[in-house]
Design a protein around this ligand. Structure first.
Ligand code: FES
Ligand SMILES: [Fe+2]
Length: 393
């Protein structure tokens, strides 16, 4: 994202604020509500999206230095990610080659070897089987190549990607689809990991994604919270293949409009929230404090439950404030959780119940909800379904 592009984004936002509009063109779209309840669809989603598509797992600082690991089961496949002793990011199926136990419990840390809790086979940080407990009793397996199974992985401009099944290497163009310039601009590899939390909800995972993709609800649902800081009813939208970017404005933009006529001098990061959707299930929100990174997955093999894993990475420019204030990290995470859980997901759980009641067949996505229209159609195209038409009413 170069300077002219940032200025263009600010021009569009200013225009929308001045005219109280969110979108310039487009139409409405109707999407079937049964997509939130169908168990067969969930099976397809798990197979196509959560096993066979590269997933953006987080930012590089999840693995801050050589010989660190991060074990994560959220996608449904237990994945052991490491930064090996040479500094390379790698991923393995976290499944013991002996009898299939989980080798490393979920979590992160620094280690050079991993010992399976069942019979103590030990693997190196490079996934190689280093030793078999009491091998003289067990039998010699050294010629069988029983190393942890390596999964396709890539580290792209400070983001970590893994495909949970074996196959071809991950292609950068498949993952980023033109967002490489944005990621290079942000320098996410310099953002330290600040904390993570899990938010479970009784809603389909796609209703979770929908919660973050429009600003239309901001002045209605979030009157006591975000409404004080975020400008409602103004956003930009750009698609990058199956991904998307939307930018919304912080209230401070109104000060800039009053005080500084030259827009390319405006402090972009201080007055905007840049939201990315990375296909198939990740949202990333960049502001002056850092990056809120959300992965949303189905939970418990049912269409009616989902798990949101929220990770927060801090902007290095404000890190000192947070490290000097001991409770600041926890407060920031709690504040995020309170808004999402008490406001967005509370509504989302009602939507799930209503979808299950089957009272109506469709939801309607407005032209000011264009990011949701995009999401619903890339979801469909990923599964080989017909695209939903944009209707000009
Ligand atoms: S299952 Fe891992 S050592 Fe036996
Ligand atoms: Fe919201």
């Amino acid at each position: 994202m170069d300077k002219p592009e940032r200025t263009h984004i600010l021009d569009v936002l200013t225009e929308h604020i001045a005219n109280d509009t969110t979108a310039d063109a487009g139409g409405i779209m109707r999407a079937p509500m049964s997509d939130f309840t169908c168990p067969l669809l969930l099976e397809q989603e798990c197979e196509v999206f959560f096993r066979n598509t590269p997933l953006c797992m987080g930012l590089s600082s999840e693995l801050p230095k050589p010989n660190t690991y991060w074990s994560d089961n959220a996608s449904g496949t237990p994945i052991l990610m490491v930064r090996d002793s040479t500094g390379k990011f790698r991923a393995f199926a976290n499944v013991c080659r002996h009898r299939g136990s989980l080798v490393v419990p979920e979590g992160r840390g620094a280690k050079v070897r991993f010992t399976c809790p069942f019979h103590a086979w030990t693997y190196g940080i490079d996934g190689r089987l280093q030793s078999v407990n009491k091998s003289s009793h067990f039998g010699d397996v050294s010629s069988l190549g029983l190393h942890l199974i390596e999964l396709p992985s890539a580290e792209l401009y400070g983001t970590l990607w893994v495909r949970p099944t074996l196959g071809d290497p991950i292609e950068e163009s498949e993952c980023l689809a033109g967002l490489d310039r944005d990621l290079a601009h942000w320098k996410f590899s310099e953002y330290p990991f600040a904390g993570t939390q899990v938010i479970d909800a009784r809603m389909n995972w796609k209703i979770g994604v929908d919660s973050y993709g429009e600003i239309y609800h901001l002045n209605v649902l979030h009157t006591e919270t975000l409404d004080k800081e975020v400008v409602g009813n103004a956003q930009t939208f750009d698609s990058f293949g199956k991904n998307l970017r939307m930018v919304i404005a912080n209230e401070k933009i109104n000060l800039m409009r009053l005080l500084m006529p030259i827009r390319d001098k405006w402090p972009y990061k201080q007055i905007t929230y840049t939201v990315y959707f990375f296909y198939p299930n990740v949202l990333m929100m960049v502001d002056a404090f850092g990056v809120d990174f959300l992965r949303i997955f189905p939970l418990d093999n049912t269409p009616s439950k989902s798990r949101t894993i929220h990770a927060w990475y801090i902007d290095p420019n404000v890190q000192k404030y947070f490290t000097d204030n001991e409770s600041a990290y926890a407060e920031r995470l709690k504040r995020f959780r309170d808004v999402v859980e008490n406001e967005d997901y509370s509504i989302a759980e009602d939507i799930q119940v209503n979808a299950e009641l089957g009272v109506q067949s469709d939801i309607v996505l407005g032209r000011n909800e264009i990011a949701l229209q995009h999401f619903h159609n890339v979801h469909r195209s990923g599964l080989g379904r017909d695209l939903l038409p944009v209707e000009h009413t």
